[in-house]
Design a protein around this ligand. Structure first.
Ligand SMILES: Nc1ncnc2c1ncn2[C@@H]1O[C@H](COP(=O)(O)OP(=O)(O)OP(=O)(O)O)[C@@H](O)[C@H]1O
Ligand SMILES: [Mg+2]
Length: 435
């Protein structure tokens, strides 16, 4: 039996975070994910209580923090497993995109045999998930040679980048000669060619009215970009990477290059995020009309979850970033169109304040660095009347333990994140092997 008290605490079996008690009364726990259990005692191997269920049916900004090696990526994996396990009625309205900065999420296809005993204690079993792993086109032969299971390649149509992204990609300013030349060429390519490729852009740059050395330097940058294996005018439109019911893992770990400040992977996230944002804004209106007509707010475009590990790379503090601009839009206005972010970082002090101030669920694994505690406390000094540093300071060292702060129910829980059903790919490299 479901009983809801006024504080959002539910039944003896579970608590729901990120969902108002009124919504729980109406929809129960459908569309929530099993994140872990409440910690009831002190010590490294604490007594565990009620299940912690997290709302996955509406928009959230979830921030996963903590020192190296204390379970951030693991927790992201648990959330992705839960998103992939949602009942059909919710999953068919949800798309998940994992921005894999370290190249560790492909292992979700494989059952977690290593922690079989631990899983048993939790009443769970090892299980692989049907995630789609997409890698840059140029790296496909490597993955195939080593038998790493991939499902396809990821590429972007050059025409999906706007002037801002092109300039960001090459770290050019619109006021500079090279910047204005590139901007002019992009506009011309959009007008004259439509779905243009890099060769079209290089040709147009050559035809523009500018000094030869500036033309040459812009053309050379564009020619270098051909080598990245990122651009392909025959690629799917980026919004198609947000497919209802699917979990797409986009491996950006090998996109390392950068011309100056911003990296290729930042541009990948910026383009994906921007296009999905625009599309969701349109389809939200369709859903509202459907709701008026039929009572069911549905459309062809699913709600989207973007999961980003090492998120400080995309939301850097103190420098310009095309990705940061787009993700800030998701954070500030994503609730209305149904866009969610899960951001993990071990560098809170390097992360833009937007993510910290606006996150509605914070999962804090062990944090000891003075700079990080200061950065967190500066923007979120207290939580439900308690100081954050006090909560984090008393957290035992065990991996997987976390302080969970939930804005919706205004509650703070110390939790243990459940073991992963699928293989966790984030383990440390070691030269030691069993003999
Ligand atoms: N909830 C958990 N249950 C059991 N083991 C866990 C849990 N969380 C983490 N671990 C263990 O801790 C190890 C490190 O976790 P993880 O890779 O998530 O660290 P991280 O915080 O992402 O570190 P980094 O900052 O270096 O990326 C995992 O390989 C796993 O063995
Ligand atoms: Mg990690």
């Amino acid at each position: 039996m479901l009983s809801v008290d006024g504080l959002g605490i539910l039944s003896d079996d579970f608590v729901v975070v990120g969902r108002k008690p009124s919504v729980v009364r109406e929809f129960g726990t459908r569309g929530t994910g099993f994140l872990g259990r409440v910690v009831l005692s002190k010590g490294d191997d604490p007594v565990l209580g009620r299940k912690v269920l997290v709302d996955l049916a509406t928009s959230h900004v979830i921030l996963v923090l903590g020192k190296r090696g204390y379970g951030k990526s693991y927790t992201l994996g648990v959330l992705v497993e839960e998103l992939a396990s949602l009942p059909y009625s919710v999953r068919s309205r949800t798309a998940v995109i994992v921005i894999d900065t370290v190249g560790i999420f492909w292992t979700m296809k494989v059952p977690n045999r290593d922690q079989k005993e631990l899983l048993k204690k939790w009443g769970l079993e090892p299980k692989g998930f049907n995630v789609k792993v997409l890698v840059p086109k140029g790296t496909l032969p490597f993955y195939l040679e080593y038998g790493i299971p991939v499902d396809g390649y990821f590429a972007i149509r050059p025409s999906e980048l706007g002037v801002t992204e092109w300039l960001g990609l090459f770290d050019l300013d619109l006021d500079s000669e090279a910047g204005s030349l590139l901007a002019g060429a992009v506009v011309e390519a959009e007008d004259k060619v439509g779905n243009y490729d890099l060769d079209d852009l290089i040709r147009i740059v050559g035809e523009m009215d500018a000094s030869p050395h500036v033309k040459r330097s812009v053309a050379m940058r564009l020619a270098a970009a051909k080598e990245w294996g990122l651009f392909d005018k025959n690629a799917p439109r980026t919004v198609e990477y947000a497919r209802a019911g699917a979990v797409n893992v986009i491996d950006v770990s090998t996109f390392k290059g950068a011309f100056g400040g911003q990296s290729i992977r930042e541009v990948v996230v910026a383009v994906l995020g921007k296009k999905i944002f625009e599309e969701r804004m349109k389809y939200r209106k369709v859903e509202e009309i459907q709701e008026m007509k039929t009572g069911r707010p549905v459309s062809e475009m699913p709600l989207v979850w973007m999961i980003i590990d090492e998120a400080h790379l995309f939301m850097p503090r103190g420098r310009k970033s095309v990705a940061k601009d787009v993700l800030s839009d998701w954070i500030r206005v994503g609730r209305q169109p149904g866009l969610s972010l899960v951001l993990a970082t071990q560098r809170i002090d390097r992360m833009s304040d937007d993510a910290i101030t606006q996150a509605d669920i914070i999962i804090g694994h062990r944090i000891t660095s003075y700079l990080d505690i200061q950065a967190l406390s500066a923007v979120r000094p207290t939580y439900a009347g308690d100081s954050l540093d006090k909560h984090l300071a008393t957290l035992p060292h065990t991996r997987g333990l976390a302080v969970l702060m939930d804005d919706v129910t205004e509650k703070v829980w110390v939790i243990r994140v459940r073991p992963r059903m699928s293989w966790h790919g984030g383990g440390s490299a070691t030269a030691l092997v069993k003999l």
